[in-house]
Design a protein around this ligand. Structure first.
Ligand code: SF4
Ligand code: SF4
Length: 440
C-alpha cells in the first residue's frame, strides 16, 4: 500500500479498535494494551459496521477492549533521568534549531560544577539500590564544555559504586568537536552517543553549517571515524532531522549505516522557532513514502538475516511486541527532566528557558504541583483529538514541545506510519519469527 493509502486507511473510525488488512488477511488492533489479532472476514464486517455495537461484538469474541490496567495520570514520579544542558551555546548555526543557536533565546552560558554536582546528587538521592538512573548531556553543543562532562560522569560513576544504583550515560552532539580521546572516555563509561547528521554529504551541508556558514560534513566524518571503529560498550547512533530539504530518507539511511553507525533514525522537524524548515502537511505523504521505503529494505534484510538498523522501525516493533500502552509520548515532565545551565528544572531538554515547561529549580526544589498539573493536563486521554484516536497509546499524543508550540499537524502521518509498523509486525511474525526472540 502506498503512503496515501496508508494515511487514508489509518484514519480513526473508532477509539476502541482499529481494523486493517494485510496480504495475510484481516487484523484487529485493540489500543488498550496494544493487542493484535487475526480475524476472519465475517468478524471484520461485524466490527466495521458503523451502526454496530462494538463493545458487544468484542464481548461475543471474548475480548474486553479495556483489559489493560487503568491509566491514571502519573503522580509524584521519581526522577530517573536528567539531561544536563552543560553548554547553552553552539558552534553551529542550523536553520531549524529548537535551541535557537544553542542558547535557547537567552544569553549563552555554561553549566557550573556546583549545578552539575547538585543535579547528579539529586538524581541518586531519589533512586533505590538496584535501580538505574541515566545522566544525559545535551546543549547547545555539550562538547564545548567537555571538562564538565568528564567531571560529572566520573562523579556519577563513583556515586554508582558507593550507592549500588546503576547509572547509564548518553550524549547528543553535532560531532564537530568530538575527539578520539572522547571516544575512549565514552567507551569506558558505555555511553549511548547520538550524532546529529542530516543524511548524505550534500544534504547535510545544506542544513548543518558552522556559525560562519562553512559546511560541517567532512569535519564530522573525520571526527567520528575512530569512534565508530571503537564501539563495543559505547553505541553511536545517527539522528536525522527531517526538513523539506532532506526528504531523501532511504539514501540518508543507507549512507549513515554505511558509515558504521550502530543505528540511524529520523525525527521530523515539526516546530522550528522561526517556522523555517519545518515540515508542512504537504510534505507528510513524501515522508511516509520514504519511511516505508526504508522499512521495505529493513524487512528484506531482516528476512535474509542481515542487519539494517533503522531505529524508528526497530523501536516500533519492540513497542508492539511488548504491548506498549503509554499515556504520554515520552518521560518528559515525569521521570525524565531537563536541567538548564543555571540549574532550573524543565520538562525536558527542549524546554530549557521555556516557561511552558518550567518545573522549579535545584535551588528551590522540583515544583511537584507544577509537575503533577503537567502530568494531568498532558495525559493522552485528556487531549483532543487523541481521545478518539486508535493510535493514542502507541503515539502518546505527540511530543509535548511540538504540540504546545505548533499543535498536532502530523496525525495522518503518525497513524499511517503506525499502521505500516503493524503490517510489518504481522509480516515478520510470518516470515522471520525468530527476529522477535533475538532482537526484541
Ligand atoms: S497526536 Fe497521536 S494520538 Fe493524538 S490524534 Fe494524533 S496520532 Fe492520534
Ligand atoms: S517532549 Fe518532545 S522533545 Fe521532550 S522528551 Fe518528549 S518527545 Fe522528546
Amino acid at each position: 500500500m502506498n503512503a496515501a493509502g496508508l494515511m487514508h486507511e489509518s484514519r480513526p473510525a473508532s477509539p476502541s479498535l482499529h481494523l486493517f488488512r494485510s496480504a495475510e488477511g484481516d487484523h484487529l488492533f485493540l489500543p488498550d494494551g496494544s493487542r493484535l489479532y487475526d480475524i476472519d472476514a465475517a468478524t471484520r464486517d461485524v466490527l466495521a459496521d458503523p451502526a454496530g455495537h462494538v463493545e458487544q461484538a468484542l464481548a461475543r469474541l471474548g475480548l474486553n477492549p479495556h483489559a489493560a490496567a487503568p491509566m491514571d495520570a502519573v503522580q509524584d514520579p521519581p526522577i530517573r533521568s536528567l539531561s544536563l544542558a552543560v553548554s547553552q551555546a553552539c558552534n553551529l548555526s542550523c536553520g531549524y534549531c529548537y535551541a535557537q543557536g544553542g542558547s535557547f533565546g537567552a544569553p549563552a552560558r555554561q553549566m557550573s560544577w556546583p549545578v552539575a554536582e547538585q543535579a547528579i546528587r539529586t538524581l541518586f538521592a531519589e533512586a533505590p539500590v538496584g535501580s538505574r538512573v541515566v545522566v544525559a548531556f545535551l546543549g547547545g553543543e555539550p562538547l564545548i564544555h567537555r571538562g564538565l562532562i568528564r567531571q560529572a560522569t566520573t562523579f556519577a560513576a563513583e556515586l554508582s559504586e558507593h550507592t549500588g544504583v546503576r547509572v547509564g550515560f548518553s550524549l547528543t552532539s553535532n560531532g564537530t568537536l568530538v575527539r578520539e580521546d572522547d571516544g575512549e572516555f565514552f567507551e569506558r563509561h558505555g555511553f549511548a552517543v547520538t550524532i546529529s547528521m542530516d543524511g548524505t554529504p550534500e544534504r547535510h551541508n545544506q542544513l548543518r553549517v558552522f556559525a560562519d556558514g562553512r559546511p560541517t560534513y567532512r569535519r564530522i566524518e573525520e571526527n567520528i571515524a575512530p569512534l565508530l571503529r571503537m564501539q563495543k560498550r559505547m553505541q553511536i547512533s545517527a539522528r536525522v532531522t527531517v526538513t523539506p530539504e532532506n526528504l531523501n530518507l532511504r539514501a540518508s539511511l543507507d549512507h549513515l549505516l554505511g558509515l558504521g553507525f550502530h543505528s540511524a533514525g529520523f525525527a521530523p522537524m515539526l516546530a522550528s522557532p522561526s517556522g523555517r524548515l519545518q515540515l508542512e502537511p504537504r510534505h507528510f505523504e513524501t515522508m511516509l513514502e520514504q519511511m516505508t521505503g526504508c522499512g521495505g529494505e529493513f524487512v528484506r534484510r531482516t528476512v535474509a538475516r542481515e542487519r539494517y538498523a533503522f531505529s524508528n522501525l526497530t523501536e516500533a516493533l519492540r513497542q508492539l511486541h511488548r504491548g506498549a500502552h503509554r499515556p504520554y509520548p515520552c518521560g518528559a515532565g515525569a521521570s525524565y527532566l531537563g536541567v538548564s545551565a543555571s540549574g532550573d528544572f524543565t520538562a525536558c531538554h527542549r524546554f530549557v528557558e521555556d516557561p511552558l515547561g518550567a518545573m522549579g529549580s535545584l535551588a528551590s526544589g522540583l515544583d511537584r504541583d507544577r509537575q503533577n498539573l503537567w502530568l494531568r493536563e498532558r495525559h493522552v486521554d485528556t487531549q483532543e483529538p487523541c481521545r478518539a484516536c486508535w493510535a493514542r497509546y502507541l503515539c502518546g499524543g505527540g511530543c509535548h514541545h511540538e504540540v504546545l508550540h505548533r499543535g498536532r499537524v502530523a496525525c495522518d502521518y503518525i497513524r499511517g506510519w503506525l499502521q505500516y509498523c503493524l503490517l510489518t509486525y504481522v509480516k515478520l511474525q510470518r516470515e522471520a519469527p525468530w527476529y522477535f526472540g533475538s532482537h526484541v
